[in-house]
Design a protein around this ligand. Structure first.
Ligand SMILES: *Cc1c(COP(=O)(O)O)cnc(C)c1O
Length: 372
């Protein structure tokens, strides 16, 4: 199928980055000339630009999105605001990295069913899982959809627990009154993995926060726990944002508002024009709280639908095929029964939505889904 001329791939990263090639070549030759490979001016510039973009005081570049979240949690442990073994509420349907970060920090993930229509945690989902051991809530803005952060932070305030957002899929998502993902909770983590809405050409991640103490500590822990060169204050790790990736990200960040709008425009067409009772579309009111990292539809007979897409030459992916509590790596959750999460994992299919699609591709995708 892949070689069929009219095949529409799920994602073609080469095509998506092609418009940046000339700009990135300039960045790369500048990088070669400067000879500064780690923690140079490009990292500083990106951190400033991204903090500005998210309207927060601090951005700390790190190695990837998993480390970003882990470092926030470890930072709060250093600050004594979290303690080893504390319970952390997380969506049961999130990407495994969210759960891994909680475990890596020595905390206890409490898997909670998401809202069935929006895939994200709401106060309703969270409320009855809060115990006196709960010390943090980690909502994921899954597929690019903001969790209802004002309601979640209000709930968190009531129970005096931290809110840390996994914003790896939601760069640029904003509330009705224009407040950005990254500035809606105590701290947020981002990934710039190449497929994300803001994607590097390799691994990269960042932490955003308005908390000066936390910012200092995560910066230190991400760099061996040094408080200054060769002075080890914490037992840290090595997870730094690469200078070359930072230089690319500075360039690509300039276009993020536009590229997110293009994504929303495609989502608008899908929402308006895909009309098939066998295909359940994502619930969305058209606002900018969604940046459509993924366009996820639901079908009853997924195997049948996917083989139809194969036949029609349309790429797709499943985000995600197996729920975390049913994965071997998380055997401690194997007794859990989570019907909403399990149903989501059985039904979801992500169809192509990206900057590489032309109008003809979008037409074909809509037509193909309507003919199913
Ligand atoms: C991509 C992703 C991560 C992890 O990011 P990496 O950079 O791959 O470590 C974490 N959480 C979510 C929701 C993601 O989509």
């Amino acid at each position: 199928m892949e070689h069929q001329k009219s095949f529409i791939p799920f994602l073609d990263l080469y095509k998506i980055n092609r418009p940046y090639h000339e700009r990135l070549k300039k960045k790369f030759s500048d990088f070669l000339e400067k000879g500064n490979y780690i923690n140079g001016l490009h990292v500083k510039k990106f951190e400033e630009s991204f903090a500005d973009f998210c309207s927060v005081d601090y951005c700390i570049g790190v190695g990837n999105g998993l480390d970003a979240l882990t470092l926030i949690l470890k930072g709060y442990i250093v600050l004594n605001e979290l303690n080893i073994g504390d319970e952390v509420i997380v969506a049961a349907n999130t990407f495994v990295a969210t759960i891994l970060s909680i475990k890596q920090a020595g905390l206890k993930p409490i898997l909670v069913e998401p809202d069935e229509d929006t895939f994200v945690l709401t106060p309703n989902c969270i409320q009855h899982h809060i115990t006196n051991k709960t010390k943090a809530i980690v909502p994921t803005h899954l597929y690019g959809q903001l969790a209802p952060m004002d309601d979640i932070t209000a709930l968190a305030k009531k129970y005096k627990v931290l809110v840390i957002s996994d914003a790896a899929q939601a760069h640029g998502a904003k509330t009705q009154d224009g407040r950005m993902a990254g500035g809606l909770s105590d701290a947020s983590s981002f990934s710039f993995y190449p497929t994300k809405n803001l994607g590097a050409m390799g691994d990269a991640g960042a932490i955003t926060t308005n908390n000066e103490k936390l910012a200092k500590i995560v910066r230190s822990i991400s760099n061996y726990g040094f408080s200054k060169k060769y002075v080890s204050t914490y037992a840290g790790v090595n997870s730094r944002l690469d200078e070359i990736q930072a230089s690319f990200l500075v360039e690509k960040l300039k276009d993020l508002e536009n590229t997110n709008q293009v994504r929303r425009n495609i989502a608008k067409r899908y929402s308006a024009e895909i009309d098939n009772p066998k295909i359940r579309l994502p619930l969305w009111d058209g606002s900018e709280d969604h940046v459509f990292h993924l366009f996820v539809v639901r079908v009853q007979n997924r195997a049948h639908f996917c083989s139809y897409l194969d036949t029609c030459g349309i790429g797709y992916l499943i985000h995600y095929p197996v729920a975390p509590h049913q994965q071997k790596a998380f055997s401690e959750f194997s007794e859990l029964v989570l019907p909403i999460t399990e149903k989501i994992h059985k039904e979801v299919v992500s169809i192509p939505l990206n900057l590489g699609l032309g109008d003809a591709d979008i037409d074909k995708i809509i037509m193909t889904l309507n003919q199913y």
